[in-house]
Every structure is written in structure tokens, then in C-alpha cells.
Design a protein around this ligand. Structure first.
Ligand code: SF4
Length: 401
């Protein structure tokens, strides 16, 4: 467990406990959940050696961003905001890179070139895994040595992706599109519905994994983000869902309830255009508080239960949009590696992602058809979405033709 002395102004890397690792840090393209160089590239090291001040959105009392300066070395003089966990992990553990300066440079390049750091790193680490397995010739990658952690190749590829040059053009549309263009390696892409996954291995964080599988825009953590799972506190699961395992990160029972609850919550927070980091992750804007906020802002009185129903309506209408576009249960799936291969080491060792029972539970919780993953007419009508239910008839008719 995390043991950091918060009473100290600074925490030295050398003071941190080795068991801080929970074992779900995607390492070398999810072939492990433990990165042996984690401390060298940690946020704690950034805080100690690089950060000079905090930054934040206007008027925020919890400015969550950091501003760093690289003082020496090859990238001396580099400065900027961030990187937060996802970008930092993406250009370190995910690509097997232990050089913090390279990760800062990679993140800075993505920011300046308008690239998403997570997707860019997924494409690069996927190509590195193909290289490692002998599935990608050096000549196909513009002569670059794609060995894990090769900083020069990582930075060169970012530039090529942004400019769609050579192998960069193959990678420029995400990992699934890259595999389709290359004609191989699609089973090794770490994406759901074409959107590349974040820095959390679902075998060690199962509620997050279920959220990736069912999120309406693909492998997306921002549609549920059930952070409470990290507490590993069964009392919270019992209290909120009547299922102690729901808040244990390695258990799969109760995750249908957990994810649907957090999806409804995230939908409300997005609809109110408030900060998810504070309002949901810090558990400040509960459904009850959201009802008060809505009344203060609009004069509309809604009980907390009605606020949650509004969240469920958003989730269901998004699902119906996707259903109309052809999405079914078969699409709510994580990459095969998570379902069939166990994590080889660390505190999450030996686990797989138990997808089917979790989907069964989630669909039951949502009132969606178990076989197809389509919301039932009763569910849609109970949410006041009768017009979407009428769409079902057309969808079924078109499937018969
Ligand atoms: S993202 Fe949220 S917590 Fe961070 S600075 Fe902006 S408002 Fe504050």
C-alpha cells in the first residue's frame, strides 16, 4: 500500500516503500504490471528535482498541475506544464524507457504537435512489441531500432507521426488503424472500439477494465473512473452497493453495480461542466450535492434519485446511438491478453480480466439485453426515452433484412 509521509514538505524517492507498486502499471506494452525503473521516472522524483511551481485552472483551490524545468543534460532548458500520470507513464513504463528527461521531451513534443500522449505512446509501444516478437522488420520502421526504451527512436517516431512521414503515417491514426494498414498485429493492439487504453492494466483494476469495455467512445476511463476501487476497502462496497467485493480492485463481483453507478455520476459531472478530478474523484459532488447545485443555478428542484436517473438517461442515449451504428455485446471487449494471459509478476500476479461475468452483471444492472447488450424497451421507457425505444423497432427490422 501507499505509504508516503504527507506531513513532510518533500518526499525523497529513496524514502518511498518498494511495495508502493500495486502491480497494474502497464509496462513494455502490458507484458508486465511492474516497472523496475518506476522510481527513477516517478512523480515523486519530478517533484523533488524538476518542479518549480503549481498551475491550475482559473480560481481552483486545488491547482493540480505542476510546472517543471529541466536543469541540465541533453534537454537542459526544457520547461512546461505536467506531465500528469497518464502522459508520464505512457512515455516511461509503457515504452520501457527509464530516462525521465526523454519522457518530458516526448510529452512536450506531443503537446506542441497536437498529439494525444496516450495514443501516441500506445502506437509506439505496439510497434516495439511487434519488433520484439520479430513481426516488424527494421526496414519497415524507417530503419529505426525499436528496442524497448530507445529514446531516440521514441522521439523520432513522435515527429514522424505528427508529420505523417514514412512509418509515422502507418501509426498516425491509432493502433487499430495501424494494424489494419500493416496487415498484422491487430490482436496485440491495446484498444477498445478503436480508442487506445490508459495507463492501468485491467487485470489489476477490474472495475476500470469493465468501464473501458462498455464506455461509449471506446477504451475510455473518463466515463466511469471508479477510483473508489483503489481503496480496497470492502466496507465501502457493502455500504454503497451491498457487495463488499465491489470496492476490491482484484475481485470481479459487484463491478456491474460499481461501474453503472460511477458512469451515471460522471455523466452528471460532465453535464454540469464541473471538474471530474475534484467532484467525482474526491467524492465532493455527490448526487445529493448535485441536486443542490442544480437548484441554486436553475431553480429546478430535483431529488438526488432524479439526478441519478438523468445520468442514466445520458448513458442509455449514448448506448442507443452506438447500437444504431452497430455496436453490440461482442464489441464490449478488452484485448485478448487481458482475458486470457495472467500478469506475470507483482502484487496483481496471476489474475486475468473476467469479462463475461462482469458484462452479465453490468447489463443486468443497466436493464440491457444479456445476449445483445441493447437496452430493453422497458428500460428506455422507464427513463422517459420512448423515442429511442421506437428506434429499436427499426434496428431490428433492418437486421432481419
Ligand atoms: S483540473 Fe480540476 S483540480 Fe486541476 S486545476 Fe483544473 S479545476 Fe483544479
Amino acid at each position: 500500500m501507499l505509504r508516503v509521509d504527507l506531513t513532510r514538505q518533500k518526499t525523497r524517492v529513496s524514502d518511498l516503500e518498494p511495495d508502493l507498486a500495486a502491480g497494474f502499471l502497464p509496462t513494455r506494452h502490458y507484458t508486465s504490471g511492474v516497472f523496475e525503473h518506476a522510481w527513477e521516472v516517478s512523480g515523486e522524483r519530478l517533484a523533488e528535482e524538476y518542479n518549480v511551481k503549481t498551475r491550475g485552472c482559473f480560481a481552483c483551490t486545488i491547482p493540480c498541475s505542476r510546472f517543471y524545468v529541466v536543469k541540465d543534460g541533453k534537454f537542459a532548458g526544457l520547461y512546461g506544464e505536467g506531465p500528469e500520470y497518464e502522459a508520464l507513464g505512457s512515455f516511461t513504463a509503457r515504452v520501457g524507457n527509464s530516462d525521465l528527461d526523454v519522457a518530458l521531451k516526448a510529452n512536450d513534443m506531443c503537446n506542441r504537435l497536437g498529439l494525444d500522449a496516450l495514443t501516441t505512446a500506445e502506437c509506439i509501444s505496439w510497434a516495439m512489441e511487434l519488433h520484439e516478437r520479430g513481426m516488424l522488420k527494421r526496414s519497415e520502421a524507417d530503419g529505426l531500432d525499436l528496442s524497448w526504451g530507445n529514446g531516440e527512436a521514441i522521439l523520432a517516431l513522435i515527429e514522424k507521426i505528427a508529420r505523417r512521414e514514412g512509418f509515422g503515417d502507418v501509426l498516425a491514426d491509432g493502433s487499430r488503424a495501424a494494424a489494419e494498414k500493416l496487415g498484422r498485429g491487430v490482436e496485440l493492439t491495446m484498444q477498445v472500439k478503436g480508442l487506445d487504453l490508459i495507463m492501468a492494466d485491467p487485470r489489476g483494476l477490474k472495475g476500470f477494465g469493465l468501464g473501458f469495455a462498455v464506455a461509449s467512445r471506446g477504451g475510455d476511463h473518463l466515463r466511469s473512473e471508479p477510483f473508489i476501487e483503489l481503496s480496497d476497502d470492502p466496507r465501502r462496497g457493502e455500504e454503497l452497493f451491498g457487495v463488499p467485493e465491489a470496492t476490491l480492485r482484484l475481485a470481479h463481483r459487484g463491478k456491474g453495480k460499481l461501474v453503472s453507478y460511477f458512469e451515471d455520476w460522471c455523466a452528471i459531472i460532465d453535464a454540469l461542466e464541473t471538474c471530474k478530478n475534484i467532484m467525482q474523484n474526491m467524492e465532493i459532488l455527490t448526487f445529493e450535492r448535485a441536486a443542490e447545485v442544480i437548484e441554486a443555478a436553475t431553480g429546478m428542484r430535483m431529488p438526488a434519485s432524479e439526478v441519478r436517473r438523468a445520468g442514466a438517461r445520458i448513458v442509455n442515449i449514448e448506448r442507443m446511438f452506438n447500437v444504431r451504428e452497430g455496436v453490440r455485446r461482442r464489441d464490449d471487449t478488452l484485448p485478448r491478453r487481458f482475458r486470457e494471459e495472467t500478469l506475470p509478476e507483482g502484487p496483481s500476479r496471476g489474475t486475468v480480466f473476467e469479462q463475461e461475468p462482469m458484462l452479465d452483471e453490468y447489463y443486468a444492472e443497466r436493464g440491457w439485453d444479456q445476449r445483445t447488450g441493447i437496452p430493453t424497451r422497458e428500460t428506455l421507457e422507464s427513463l422517459g426515452l420512448g423515442y429511442a425505444a421506437d428506434e429499436l423497432r427499426k434496428i431490428k427490422a433492418s437486421e432481419r433484412n
